[in-house]
Ligand binder design. Structure first.
Ligand code: 1CP
Length: 349
């Protein structure tokens, strides 16, 4: 009996525990976002993106919008990976049509001006409140996913002060001043452990680590800065919160996806769409649950191609634990009707 009460009932948590389900559970990266008219309306009410992130009532509202519209199996907390640098003391603002801007960390003096990891909670407490609100408002069958950026990806923004196509400034600091680069990664790692731990305390049932720029780390750099930092964060979270499932997303890791479950302790490895589902089923899913990996362009184009690719992915991953998702976030030009078509295809065959 005791065993039975411990077994999860929500579909995503069952897949994360290794169960093979007749129909994969489904959610979508950036499911709360600009492709939805109701999101755009709430964002306008909040004023700007950061005000929306820090307004717990409105952030909970936009988290719930795609659940109401589509009945996804999981909700993902509405926040951003760049709130951690801001809580560490970096300036952060968003330029309309361009993206995020931050004050840069390129010298020892810049680094010395950052706050210690345990000083982040004052700034981030509204995020924990959003999680608490969601645990009360979500339907009982819907799981709540918390998240943070992985240290390397967050560092790329802190060093460059913006998104960069090749993460050049972060690679340059790594090569020119490795002790400073590693000190920054350490600080982000400590803050990330504390941030995710507080999200779990507040009610997140699973957490995801987004390493969106992992693919630009090659060879030993990938092992040291993508794999080892994920391993450290996951080990610490699991020691503080036994049984908490973790999804790792080392985007565009390619061959480095192989063995990533074992190397990091992640319960699930999320796949981008640069790998085929057949390859990933044979080489990655053999080690545990995988998530992915429909190209988000199908949410713009729709039609028979969307149906065929969705069926192909469901079929390829049908012999092991799988969570259906896109290979990256849905884009603002996506058609909400195509999201429904994807869900109907996954659930209806
Ligand atoms: O104008 C707007 O409304 C802002 C667009 C937007 C949104 C909806 C940004 C700015 N962030 C978010 C929310 C967000 N970001 C979520 C919420 C939950 C959900 O998925 O619905 C999550 C998980 C993120 C994560 C995130 N932010 C990542 C990792 C995932 C990924 O997409 O690779 C990254 C790299 C960011 C940084 C960021 N925030 C926003 C933008 C436009 C970017 C990318 C900047 C760049 O590199 O150009």
């Amino acid at each position: 009996m005791a065993e039975q009460t411990k077994r999860p009932t929500k579909k995503i948590l069952r897949a994360l525990a290794g169960e093979v389900l007749p129909t994969p559970p489904i959610w979508m990266m950036r499911q709360a976002g600009r492709y939805l008219p109701e999101y755009r309306a709430t964002r306008a009410e909040a004023g700007d993106f950061l005000s929306l992130c820090y307004n717990s009532d409105l952030a909970a509202e936009v988290t719930l919008q795609p659940i109401r519209r589509y009945g996804f199996d999981a909700a993902i907390l509405f926040a951003d990976i760049l709130l951690v640098p801001q809580a560490l003391g970096a300036d952060l603002w968003f330029v309309t049509g361009e993206g995020p801007r931050l004050s840069t960390i390129t010298s020892q003096a810049d680094f010395d001006a950052l706050k210690p990891a345990d000083a982040i909670h004052d700034k981030l407490s509204p995020i924990y409140e959003t999680v608490r609100l969601l645990t009360r408002e979500l339907p009982p069958e819907t799981a709540l996913i918390g998240f943070a950026g992985a240290p390397w990806t967050v560092a790329t923004y802190m060093i460059a002060g913006r998104g960069t196509p090749d993460q050049g400034p972060a690679h340059a600091l790594k090569d020119e001043n490795r002790p400073l680069f590693e000190a920054l990664l350490d600080r982000i790692t400590e803050a990330t452990i504390q941030y995710l731990s507080q999200q779990i305390e507040a009610g997140a049932e699973c957490v995801k680590l987004f390493d969106s720029w992992a693919g630009s780390l090659k060879g030993e750099d990938f092992d040291r800065y993508a794999t080892a930092s994920a391993k450290r964060i996951i080990a610490e979270l699991k020691s503080r919160h036994p049984g908490i499932p973790v999804i790792a997303f080392p985007r565009e890791a390619g061959d480095k996806y192989i063995g990533f479950h074992a190397a990091t302790g992640a319960d699930c490895v999320a796949l981008d769409d640069s790998v085929t589902p057949e390859w990933a089923a044979a080489n990655v899913q053999k080690d545990g649950c995988v998530q992915g990996n429909l190209a988000s362009s199908h949410m713009v184009t729709g039609g028979q191609n969307l149906i065929d690719e969705t069926r192909r992915i469901v079929q390829a991953f049908s012999k092991g634990p799988h969570i259906f998702n896109l290979g990256h976030g849905i884009t603002p030009d996506a058609d909400p009707a195509n999201v429904q078509l994807m869900i109907d295809t996954v659930r209806g065959g």
